[in-house]
Design a protein around this ligand. Structure first.
Ligand SMILES: [Zn+2]
Length: 141
């Protein structure tokens, strides 16, 4: 991955949307995709978590995922990041997160609700058998 991608800037309204999604069901992990058509235009696509153990795992609903990808294409967007929340643990990828992540060329974002009232959101760049944390910046658009 080029060095220029090691800082990730997200528009504040997008971050607020993701946080609101996570807080709507604080006891289960929420998940979604971010599509981007340029460095300045990004949309969040919430996806239903269909895991049998949604308090500590996530599994994206395939039809919704396909629908989101279709909407992205319609807006000339490409998949930019995958997002999920951790209701009770820190915003660090679990071993399962690393093992089960199939997207290697997009950012990986985790929101933690562990610290009540405080947004903890971290971004990672998936590598082979690992995820490297990258700096996350909030843009006021
Ligand atoms: Zn996780």
């Amino acid at each position: 991955m080029p060095a220029s991608r090691q800082t990730l800037a997200l528009p504040r309204p997008l971050v607020n949307k993701i946080l609101a999604h996570a807080q709507k069901t604080p006891d289960i992990e929420v998940c979604g995709l971010i599509g981007s058509s340029s460095s300045r235009v990004k949309d969040y696509y919430p996806i239903k978590n269909i895991s049998n153990n949604p308090s500590s795992r996530f599994s994206m609903d395939a039809p919704q995922q396909i629908q989101a990808m279709k909407e992205m294409r319609g807006k000339q967007q490409t998949l930019f990041a995958i997002v999920h929340s951790h209701p009770t643990s820190v915003a660090v990828p679990s071993l399962l997160d690393i093992k089960e992540n199939t997207y290697k060329d997009v950012f990986y974002i985790i929101i933690s609700l562990n610290t009540k009232g405080v947004l903890e959101m971290r971004a990672y760049s998936p590598q082979k058998d690992d995820m490297v944390e990258i700096e996350l910046l909030l843009e006021n658009s």
